[in-house]
Design a protein around this ligand. Structure first.
Ligand code: ATP
Ligand code: MG
Length: 402
């Protein structure tokens, strides 16, 4: 007997009362898109749970994809059976026999969503447990910590049998929290900030500032490779690449050196905000972490943030570098981020940037130059690329993350 479906549990979704329908719809759509490579599967979405009907597709391969989808608390390969205790006995014996190794322990966990079934949960546990013990020599019961947990769920339409609970990625389904723009450099921090935002249900689009020839094609490729990693979670990732050379050169000509970094960040934020409007997003995400570098002091954030009222989300603001590195390793962006190619900010970085810039001063320095036409020009010349999930790049080691 083979699994014919995967039962998906929503976790945090269940607590979302009113929005539930929207949540279930978004999750269903994300899963359908993520499983495009398995044309035979179909999805049955219900209020309490969802079923991926395998129709002969490979359960292991599909499980790998499901592990990366936000909004899934856990999932179990399962079989749908008729409401007949003899049929359940036969199916349970089949599956437990296939999972049994010498000395394995088991327990039966029956649940009745439909109390009308002829046996109560205790009677089901005894009937199935007795049948397994009689037929599999050496099998032992362990109700606390069994190797095989045979879950039997009695519902009005059928009975579902499963033996494994696989942890999902948790979080909320893509898009249920709205859309935000992620300022994505090639560094370690911003990809992690993007990942954490996606986990909370944000649809995230990346914005990267690129200054050729001061930054090379390889630096740009780094960001594309990182975006491809981020595409695993929701099936695709949109990346906007902003040509930034002319503006950076102008900043260096017009702004006193110790304020160039502040000016650069302010203009990056203004441009990102323009792209945000165009893309109908409501927030901007950065990888900033308090005190990490000169631009990440409170004074600096205050002076930079001055250019917009748009909410700026900083998921990493209170995290230590070591924690960020761990996350980066788990989401598989670490090795790309540490490739030694220059970022536009490292090329132009002044020898001693102001760690406590004054808002009034930078406003004054900027007031001699009209950056607006160049900002419009940069927004107009944005190159947008869409990265797709690459099935064979799914990192199964990510299990440990969740
Ligand atoms: P990261 O590891 O993300 O590069 P960082 O520690 O290098 O961050 P900064 O260089 O001060 O810190 O950058 C702070 C934030 O500004 C980044 O996390 C990112 O959100 C944004 N940022 C920096 N450079 C760029 C860039 N070239 N394009 C887009 N966003 C950028
Ligand atoms: Mg950086």
């Amino acid at each position: 007997m083979k699994y014919d479906r995967i039962l998906i549990r929503y976790g945090e979704l269940s607590t979302k009362g009113r929005n539930r329908k929207q949540f279930v719809d978004k999750l269903r759509r994300t899963i359908a898109k993520a499983l495009e490579a398995f044309p035979a599967v179909s999805i049955e979405a219900k209020r309490e749970r969802m079923y991926v009907l395998l129709n002969g597709e490979d359960v292991e391969e599909i499980s790998k994809v499901l592990k990366n989808i936000f909004g899934i608390q856990s999932f179990s390969p399962a079989i749908k059976l008729e409401r007949d205790i003899e049929i359940i006995k036969a199916a349970a014996l089949d599956i437990v026999t296939s999972l049994y190794e010498e000395g394995s322990t088991f327990k039966i966990s029956a649940r009745r969503a439909d109390k009308g079934f002829e046996l109560d949960t205790n009677e089901i546990n005894q009937a199935i447990g007795g049948h397994l013990l009689k037929n599999i020599l050496g099998l032992k019961v362990d109700v606390k910590n069994p190797d095989i947990n045979v879950q039997i769920e009695v519902r009005t339409e059928a009975i579902y049998l499963s033996c494994e609970n696989i942890a999902g990625a948790g979080g909320l389904p893509s898009g249920t929290s709205g859309k935000a723009m992620l300022m994505l450099s090639g560094g370690l921090d911003s990809p992690v900030a993007g990942y954490l935002s996606m986990k909370r249900g944000l649809e995230v689009e990346g914005v990267h500032f690129f200054s050729p020839p001061f930054t090379s094609e390889r630096a740009k490729q780094k960001v594309i490779d990182i975006s491809e990693k981020l595409a695993r979670f929701n099936g695709h990732f949109v990346l906007h690449i902003v040509p930034f050379t002319t503006i950076q050169q102008l900043i260096h000509k017009q702004i006193p050196e110790n304020y160039t970094m502040t000016a650069t960040r302010r203009i990056m934020l203004r441009i990102t905000d323009e792209i945000r409007k165009r893309q109908e997003a409501l927030a901007i995400i950065t990888g900033e972490s308090l005190g990490q570098v000169a631009s990440q002091t409170l004074e600096s954030m205050y002076a930079i943030n001055d250019v917009t009222n748009t909410p700026i989300l900083r998921p990493l603001i209170t995290t230590d570098k070591t924690e960020i590195i761990e996350w980066a390793k788990k989401i598989d962006t670490h090795d790309i981020s540490i490739r030694p190619y220059e970022d536009c900010c490292t090329v132009f970085v002044p020898s001693s940037p102001k760690t406590k810039p004054k808002k009034e001063k930078i406003q004054y320095y900027e007031s001699f130059t009209d950056f607006e036409p160049l900002i419009e020009e940069a927004v107009k010349n944005v190159e947008t690329i869409i990265l797709k999930r690459e099935e064979n790049k799914i990192n199964t080691e990510m299990d440990s993350l969740f």
